[in-house]
Design a protein around this ligand. Structure first.
Ligand code: NAP
Ligand code: MN
Length: 263
């Protein structure tokens, strides 16, 4: 089996990554950066997000597993003192694949050029100047005109990240869906939005259409993209999924409990 290891880059993560690498080599596994079947991320969620974005072109062939070194590591199942166990698992045992939904983001410009992104956590949109003013269409029909700080469209597994800070619900990743959450909407006699986060099912599109020609700050996970001349931003549940290698059960609600309530 071919593998790659990505480290957060601090001394501790680098040391662990090297340890995993030399142990896997002893088991005759092949280090391959371009076509790995398994990618081991050593660090936190930020490291796993980077690993995901490095291999979005081969999600069918690559699965991910995370080791966390200090930070939250919501996506990372393994603790540093368990890496020997993990190495043996990777080398010796067939693992289960768990798939989580992703968000497809299509940014269309005035010249009709489009860019497509996949988000593991979310896409957020903010205005570079003044309030964000956007028509929000759901399934091609105008739903509301949003005015406020911004909007966040998150995947189920990303619902515990930025979305959670915005008062969104935590969604189980078995729900093929995405969530739209507001950032400080303006609500008064003149301006009105629904105010609650919305959960949309597979095949429902959410299209954001700017009301004026200003620049936008769009994030896709940890990536920051400044977007000019934006005609629309369309989101929906992606056809692709992320695949995690599971060597032992770690139910989502247990993950949520350990991350946010108590270990
Ligand atoms: P970061 O500033 O280190 O991330 C913020 C925190 O979110 C970190 O503690 C990170 O865990 C955690 N996190 C990431 N994905 C998560 C998930 N799916 N569930 C629960 N917690 C999660 O930056 P980063 O590591 O590059 O991560 C980028 C993410 O930061 C974005 O995708 C966005 O969700 C999040 N963010 C949150 C806010 C907010 O809550 N107000 C604002 C902006 C961005 P680690 O420490 O393990 O990396
Ligand atoms: Mn981080």
């Amino acid at each position: 089996m071919k593998y790659n290891i990505l480290s957060r880059g601090d001394d501790n993560s680098n040391m662990l990554a090297n340890k995993i690498k030399s142990s896997l080599q002893e088991f005759d596994l092949i280090f391959d950066e371009s076509e790995p079947e398994i990618v081991i991320s050593v660090g936190g969620d930020g490291t796993l997000l980077e690993a995901f974005h490095k291999y979005t072109h081969r999600l069918q062939e690559t699965s991910f597993v995370g080791v966390h070194t200090g930070h939250l590591g919501f996506y990372a199942d393994w603790k540093p003192d368990e890496v020997e166990k993990l190495v043996i698992h990777i080398a010796k045992t067939p693992f289960k694949i768990v798939e989580y939904p992703l968000l497809e983001v299509m940014i269309r410009h005035h010249d009709d050029q489009t860019e497509r992104y996949l988000a593991l956590n979310e896409c957020s949109v903010k205005s570079m100047e003044g309030s964000l003013v956007m028509d929000i269409e759901i399934k091609g029909e105008l739903f509301e005109t949003f005015r406020g700080d911004g909007l966040c469209l998150s995947t189920p597994s990303g619902s515990t990240a930025y979305n959670k800070a915005l008062g969104g619900a935590i969604l189980h990743p078995s729900l093929l869906s995405f969530q739209l959450a507001e950032m400080a909407s303006i609500n008064n006699r003149v301006y009105r939005t629904v105010g609650s986060p919305l959960v949309l099912p597979q095949h429902h599109t959410c299209m954001l259409k700017p009301k004026s020609d200003v620049d936008f700050q769009v994030t896709v996970d940890h990536l920051n993209l400044v977007q000019k001349q934006v005609k629309s931003i369309q989101c929906r549940v992606a056809e692709e999924k992320i695949r995690f290698s599971r060597f032992r059960p770690f139910p989502f609600w247990k993950r949520v409990k350990e991350s946010f309530v108590a270990e």
